[in-house]
Design a protein around this ligand. Structure first.
Ligand code: DAK
Length: 260
């Protein structure tokens, strides 16, 4: 599939997605958001793919935010529509994907870029990565889930500090805060993400998907996460992967999961 703003490449069981607008520091315009949404479908619809690795082109930016030039003239209705649509077709869709998305944050991750990284299931960063939600400096607040996901990742106090000061956080601090799980040299980002995928891919695909679903239930409106966990746990007993996993353990061999 050909895209104008992203590069998508399948290698064995990984879909590599690179946001490719380096002249604009990979800022998210609506076409890029729509293309990313289509790329998520490619991940979820292809049985061979076990995970997606998401990054930005170049060495300077993951994504330096929503495209300011595009939304500068929006009114209230347009702003609300763009936020609701973007959350549904991209940010929530990544979070709810049944296959893990790993963000390789290779530079600025600001505003919508930080929100995009936070929607991913795992984030790793290069030492030059900078995270921030500078929306208040533009007379805005985050509109793509940033106020909610930042609190979950770093806690209310630090989230409010970052949101109200609009200050950026360096990679090492992001690591201390739990905003990223690893900081590795720029050149090692891809390999580090691939190693994570390799570890995840050894495990039962349906169980991995259910783990994502169960964790997401923590934030679902009107859903008791503990009850959801019990429900999803029970469902595992109805999978061939469960039979294979337990049989392989008893037979002292490596499990061969089929995702069934
Ligand atoms: N949008 C559009 N273009 C951007 C951009 C962005 N977010 N960030 C950078 N660029 C462009 C610059 O305009 C410049 O383009 P030219 O002037 O060369 O044509 C080019 O990328 C290189 O940027 P700089 O020349 O500024 O590079 P520097 O190294 O000097 O500075 C910087 C790097 C990252 C510190 C600086 O570019 C910067 O401050 N960028 C803006 C960061 C920012 O504030 N991002 C937006 C956060 S707010 C919404 C939902 C969500 C949002 C908005 C609306 N609705 C539902 C309506 C989210 C908003 C945000 O993301």
């Amino acid at each position: 599939m050909n895209f104008n703003n992203i590069i998508v490449e399948k290698q064995t069981n990984i879909l590599y997605i690179t946001i490719n607008r380096p002249k604009n520091l990979n800022a998210l315009n609506s076409e890029t958001i729509s293309e990313l949404s289509q790329a998520i479908d490619l991940v979820n619809d292809d049985k061979e793919i076990r995970a997606a690795i998401l990054t930005g082109a170049g060495e300077k930016a993951f994504v330096a935010g929503a495209d300011i030039k595009e939304f500068a003239s929006f009114n209230v209705a347009e702003g609300k529509h763009l936020a609701a649509n973007g959350q549904a077709i991209l940010f929530d869709k990544i979070e709810q994907s049944q296959k893990p998305f790993i963000a390789c944050v290779n530079g600025y991750a600001l505003g919508g870029g930080c929100e995009l990284a936070m929607a991913c299931h795992i984030r790793i960063a290069s030492p030059n990565a900078l995270f921030g939600l500078p929306e208040v400096s533009l007379g805005l607040i985050p509109g793509y889930g940033g106020t909610q996901r930042l609190v979950q990742l770093v806690g209310k106090g630090k989230a409010l500090q970052m949101l109200m000061t609009a200050e950026m956080v360096k990679a090492e601090e992001a690591l201390d805060l739990g905003l990223v799980t690893d900081v590795v040299a720029f050149g090692d980002l891809k390999e580090t993400a691939e190693k994570l995928v390799k570890k995840i891919s050894k495990n039962a695909p349906l169980a991995v998907a259910k783990a994502i679903q169960a964790v997401n239930a923590f934030n679902e409106d009107g859903v008791d996460g503990f009850k959801k966990e019990i429900e999803l746990f029970g469902e595992c007993f109805d999978t061939k992967d469960f039979v294979e996993g337990t049989t392989a353990f008893i037979e002292k061999r490596k499990a061969e999961f089929k995702g069934k």
